[in-house]
Design a protein around this ligand. Structure first.
Ligand code: SF4
Length: 360
């Protein structure tokens, strides 16, 4: 295990490096506003900075404060989030804003411990906000930071296991510099920047790394094998039929998804999971069967799930609109209307590609 000197050298070296080589001038770095820092942290989870910037700017223009976000309708929030993926983040964001307004008089709490109690804020995000905005001496440990520290320390534990992850957290805490607004924001940003620019998943740039001299993985030629992440994820496959119905005015029929399960809370075409065309057809009235056109399947891959999306196009005429199943409580929307809603990214993409309002 690494000695005290190795732990102590880390923070000053990466902070010096950050001042010259790190990222400056990102839109959420302009001030230490916890609302903007929180928003950026949530958006940056599993998403690259370049992708996040336009979303962040659009979001903060619409919702310049936590109270503005709290007052918004969830559909509006999901609409602005549309395309960023992992929609539970947007739902938590909205819920969190409402809790901050209701329980904290619209001011984010200043300690990582209190921040972590808010919806959607985990330990690393809470630390990022507390360290950046309030100078608290706490460490982040997101995916990038875990990789950097596991390599630097030569940590051979399987970081997917909670017990091993906890050991890494303990080391990470020992490596944090003195608390304060002069150090904590710089250190936190340095750890993020090092992970995204130098100590990358593949081909880390060790020759440009400010801590190469003390890095255990570099010294032992283990940069490829660390960190150890052995997952036993069971993948599942699903075939979804999406009923894409146009009426004679070129509108498309949309339903809001239930608040749980795939695409929770988003607007989508009516969807059924079915193993065959016949099983799908059994879900809709038989007078529509001859009007269904089955498009080629589209693959959509998530972390643990493989989806096969089959769009089924149907055109309604004035005459057969009266047979429309009144059990479906949805909305007929034109192109501009549904474009502003939170719609699953693959559904949006396919419909835009194929022309959502085109009639068959
Ligand atoms: S020397 Fe290489 S492996 Fe070690 S922290 Fe730096 S970039 Fe990562």
């Amino acid at each position: 295990m690494p000695g005290a000197l190795v732990l102590k050298r880390f923070a000053p070296a990466i902070m010096e490096w950050q001042k010259i080589h790190g990222r400056h001038g990102l839109p959420w770095q302009a001030n230490k506003d916890p609302y903007r820092v929180w928003l950026s942290e949530v958006m940056l989870q599993q998403t690259q900075v370049a992708t996040v910037i336009p979303y962040f700017e659009k979001f903060t223009q619409h919702f310049p404060s936590v109270s503005a976000l709290a007052k918004a309708h969830l559909d509006e929030v999901l609409g602005l989030w549309s395309g960023l993926g992992y929609y539970s983040r947007a739902r938590n964001l909205h819920q969190c804003a409402q809790v901050v307004v209701r329980d904290w008089a619209g001011q984010f709490p200043t300690s990582a411990q209190d921040l972590q109690q808010l919806p959607g804020i985990g330990r690393s995000t809470a630390s990022a906000i507390a360290a950046t905005c309030f100078g608290q001496r706490v460490t982040i440990l997101d995916g990038n930071a875990k990789r950097v520290l596991a390599r630097y320390l030569g940590f051979e534990g399987n970081i997917v296991l909670p017990a091993h992850e906890k050991i890494l957290w303990d080391f990470a805490e020992k490596m944090v510099p003195e608390a304060g607004m002069q150090t904590m924001p710089v250190y936190t940003q340095a750890l993020m920047d090092l992970g995204s620019a130098i100590c990358t998943v593949k081909n880390p740039q060790c020759m440009q790394c400010p801590v190469q001299n003390s890095c255990s993985a570099y010294a032992q030629d283990k940069t490829k094998s660390l960190p150890l992440k052995q997952k036993t994820i069971k993948r599942t496959s699903h075939r979804l039929y999406l009923w894409w119905v146009n009426n004679s005015m070129g509108q498309v029929f949309w339903l809001q998804r239930p608040m749980k399960g795939v695409w929770a809370g988003l607007y989508c075409l009516p969807v059924w999971e079915a193993s065959s065309e016949a099983e799908f057809l059994a879900q809709i009235p038989c007078q529509w069967h001859s009007k269904c056109e089955f498009l080629d399947p589209v693959q959509h891959v998530l972390t643990h799930k493989d989806f096969q999306l089959i769009f089924v196009k149907t055109r309604l005429t004035e005459a057969n609109l009266q047979d429309w199943p009144n059990t479906l409580e949805g909305k007929w929307l034109n192109h501009n209307e549904w474009q502003s809603l939170g719609v699953p990214a693959p559904v949006r993409k396919i419909m835009v590609q194929l022309g959502a309002n085109s009639l068959i």
